[in-house]
Design a binder for this molecule. Structure first.
Ligand SMILES: [Zn+2]
Length: 133
């Protein structure tokens, strides 16, 4: 279990869908800090591979990005909250977004034209999720 600390931002960018090749919006959830199960804290992280998220956090994300929902990733072989193509519904996996050189948020970068929405100014949340910088 991960504890997520506000401020929490949602960064929106465009990427090309691997399936239908259309341009689709995708988002990256960023937190001021997280505290891991062993009590270690890390600042300035993105939340990834979330198996579950608190209801108010889900709601706030959905208000900005309705295509962020639970889906099964064949690459990760797990069900988690991921971006989906706004045209064909194909899952845009976290691995592609963050780990592939042509992914929109590769290695913690934020692409040109991205917009950031502050979701929460204060608060802590418990989530079943991973994180990365
Ligand atoms: Zn598509």
């Amino acid at each position: 279990m991960l504890t997520i600390h506000a401020p929490i931002d949602l960064v929106m960018a465009e990427t090309q869908c691997w399936n239908c090749k259309a341009s689709t919006p995708v988002s990256s959830l960023r937190a001021h800090a997280v505290t891991g199960p062993e009590g270690n804290s890390v600042e300035g992280v993105r939340i990834t591979n979330a198996a579950d998220l608190p209801a108010d956090l889900k709601q706030a994300i959905h208000a900005v990005n309705p295509n962020f929902r639970k889906g099964f990733s064949r690459t990760a072989e797990q069900t988690y909250f991921a971006n989906h193509c706004s045209h064909c519904g194909a899952l845009q996996g976290d691995f592609y977004m963050y780990m592939e050189p042509d992914g929109p948020f590769f290695a913690g970068t934020v692409p040109e034209g991205a917009t950031t929405t502050r979701l929460f100014e204060a608060g802590d949340w418990q989530a079943e999720a991973g994180y990365g910088s």
